[in-house]
Design a protein around this ligand. Structure first.
Ligand code: CTP
Ligand code: CA
Length: 238
């Protein structure tokens, strides 16, 4: 194995991490959101900083503050998150998509507050699909790598929380998702009945595009983050 540069495996590298849950506006005071706490993303930021990286957080709504020393780009919706991630991509060596990106947004956002009316007609929400930011980043990768001044790879990782269902077990679902997304590895969180959101620990498996599967990793979000960042650094130095 090549000698690690002093100060950490990611010295001089730029890591972009999307963090938190997007909020999709219905009107000026209401949104559709999700329960992402942002803790795993913040732990990833800490882990990347500890390895010497320069870290950009594309930060949607989170319950915890970003660690000192990150560049923070605040976003609200999935569309804003996409723009920020794609804008950061040319200067990025490692992208980790830890954000809970809303799959759907209201088809219409009105600029005035939705009011009740007394004629007995209540609103019906129509939702439309949001872009798949991870997939778009993977598709943009070739173009980004061809740009002047880049000579290294661009490692892209995603997260997936899966349950088994009637059609397949969590691992099968995750393998299919990894293939669909085309990223380098997927951090699989097998979710049972107990909630993962907001919890301080995690059990994950890293699934590689090369078919590899790590031993199940059990530990704090920081321990998981260290494993994810280490894997990304290894792929970067191949
Ligand atoms: N993701 C994304 N853009 C979206 C949805 C998800 O970039 N519109 C990213 C997430 O940040 C995560 C990965 O894709 O890293 C997997 O998210 P997940 O919700 O599990 O995947 P989906 O493709 O949305 O599939 P599902 O229908 O199972 O929700
Ligand atoms: Ca989803």
């Amino acid at each position: 194995e090549a000698a690690r540069p002093p100060g950490g495996a990611l010295q001089g590298k730029r890591v972009t991490i999307s963090v938190g849950g997007t909020r999709e506006a219905l009107d000026p005071v209401r949104f559709l959101g999700n329960r992402s706490s942002g803790k795993q993303g913040m732990a990833l930021a800490e882990a990347a900083l500890a390895q010497g990286a320069r870290v950009t957080l594309v930060l949607a709504h989170a319950e915890v503050a970003p660690p000192r020393g990150c560049e923070v780009v605040r976003v609200e919706s999935a569309l804003q998150l996409r723009d920020a991630v794609l804008a950061a991509l040319p200067a990025t060596d490692v992208l980790v998509m830890a954000a809970a990106v809303a799959d759907f947004r209201p088809a219409e956002t009105v600029t005035t507050k939705i009011k009740k009316n007394d004629d007995g007609t209540d609103p019906v929400l129509t939702l439309v699909r949001n872009p798949d930011v991870l997939r778009e980043a993977v598709l943009a990768r070739d173009e980004v790598l061809a740009r002047d001044g880049r000579d290294g790879p661009l490692v892209i990782a995603g997260f997936a929380a899966e349950t088994g269902d009637a059609t397949a077990d969590p691992l099968t679902h995750a393998r299919a998702k990894l293939a669909r997304k085309g990223c380098d590895f997927l951090v699989l969180n097998v979710v049972g009945s107990d909630l993962v959101f907001g919890e301080d620990s995690n059990e994950v498996t890293l699934l590689g595009a090369d078919g590899s599967e790590s031993a199940p990793l059990h530990g704090s979000k920081r321990a998981v983050a260290d494993a994810v960042i280490t894997r990304a650094a290894d792929l970067l130095s191949r």
